[in-house]
Design a protein around this ligand. Structure first.
Ligand code: GDP
Ligand code: MG
Length: 191
């Protein structure tokens, strides 16, 4: 699916007919192959993409309706892994209201790489981060990366969510957790 695809409601929004909704931008980062694109597309298009081009960086969006009748527009920037330059990655990060830092639960080295990357990010204190362990459908009983990630999330003071872009498990939870953190920070700043 391309990011140009629009649902009928979404096109109303983009034409300015629907009431203006708040817009939140999530940046998805992590090393190549952890499932950043698969997570982004599962969230915005409800399908699993087996072979997304690893070099493509693109943004996707969807309207999220809440039970209380309100809603928001979720904007997701899917970044292009380790290939992009540190300065460019910081530019992408700066554009986000919040960040999903992704690793793959079946690949502990991807968590090490995320940890190394994290040291190069200049996140503002107003930019929440959520640690995402993807591919939970492939997780083995050993669960090494899971335990390490739990400790790391505590050290960073961020939530840790397990997801599978394949089955959809935890995907909405990861994004909605980030949005709630973003809203909380925005309210605190406004006060
Ligand atoms: P990216 O480089 O971080 O954008 O990773 P991709 O989204 O391209 O995913 C890399 C590979 O892992 C692809 O073959 C995906 O189909 C696969 N993949 C992504 N997420 C999952 C998942 O949750 N479970 C499984 N089993 N495979 C996944
Ligand atoms: Mg990708």
């Amino acid at each position: 699916p391309s990011s140009q695809e629009e649902s009928p409601e979404a096109s109303l929004y983009s034409k300015g007919v629907a009431k203006k909704l708040p817009e939140y931008k999530a940046v998805v980062v992590g090393t190549s192959g952890v499932g950043k694109s698969a997570l982004t597309i599962q969230m915005t298009h409800q399908c699993f993409v087996e072979d997304h081009d690893p070099t493509i960086q693109d943004s996707y969006w969807k309207e999220v309706a809440l039970d209380n009748g309100s809603g928001y527009v979720l904007n997701v920037l899917d970044t292009a892994g380790q290939d992009i330059h540190k300065a460019l990655r910081n530019q992408c990060l700066a554009a986000g209201d919040g960040v999903l830092g992704v690793f793959a639960l079946d690949d502990p080295s991807s968590l090490d790489q995320l940890q190394q990357m994290r040291a190069t990010w200049n996140l503002r204190h107003t930019q929440p981060l959520v640690l995402v362990g993807n591919k939970c459908d492939l997780m083995t009983a050993a669960g090494d990366a899971h335990d390490t990630a739990t400790v790391l999330a505590q050290a960073w003071g961020v939530p840790f969510v397990e997801t599978s872009a394949k089955t959809g498990q935890g995907v909405e939870e990861a994004f909605s957790l980030l949005i709630r953190e973003i809203q909380r920070v925005k309210m605190a700043v406004a006060e």
